[in-house]
Design a protein around this ligand. Sequence first.
Ligand SMILES: CC(C)(COP(=O)(O)OP(=O)(O)OC[C@H]1O[C@@H](n2cnc3c(N)ncnc32)[C@H](O)[C@@H]1OP(=O)(O)O)[C@@H](O)C(=O)NCCC(=O)NCCS
Length: 165
Amino acid sequence: MTQKISITNYIPADHSELLRLLLVLHSSYFDENAPKQFQELRQEKSMKSSYENYLTGIEKNKDDTWKILVAKTLSGKIAGFIIGSISEDEELVLGNIGRLEDWFVEPEFRKEGTGLVLYNELEKWFKSKGCKQVTSGTWEGNDLSISAHKKAGFFISEITFSKKI
Ligand SMILES: CC(C)(COP(=O)(O)OP(=O)(O)OC[C@H]1O[C@@H](n2cnc3c(N)ncnc32)[C@H](O)[C@@H]1OP(=O)(O)O)[C@@H](O)C(=O)NCCC(=O)NCCS
């Protein structure tokens, strides 16, 4: 069933729910879907403290180079979120670069356009900050992510190789 969703800026009251969703994305979704060899290379010592530190770091960021947008239902439940950051490569003509860091919609809210609305809002923010390109990444085989990126206008650019030694 399609529910009314609104996109808002992250507020500190969203912290614990956002942390939970970050862990769902990087823990259960990753464990269920990423290739086993890749999981081994990305295994973290403590997922919870890694993402607590990540989120706290974004909250403390004062130079407006990070953005978290959340998609909320009318009752205030977080249905999804997107996180972006901005960096500068002085050597490039299009060197003001937006990075799509994390993008997640809860399974029950997927395929209703929420993911694209979140991305389009983030892209508006990137443009307002002078970004001329956006980069993002996922692992090979994350078809949901690949099709959503293509729908949002991305093309596949680089390929990364990994090997355990
Ligand atoms: C990627 C994600 C955020 C998209 O959220 P969403 O709310 O489902 O996205 P939308 O409904 O706006 O759909 C956007 C497009 O993604 C693609 N898509 C979404 N669900 C899909 C599915 N089940 N199968 C194939 N393509 C799908 C479609 O191209 C879709 O556009 P369309 O409906 O017009 O065909 C969501 O699927 C998700 O959380 N995936 C798991 C986490 C993940 O992989 N995140 C990205 C990490 S880099």
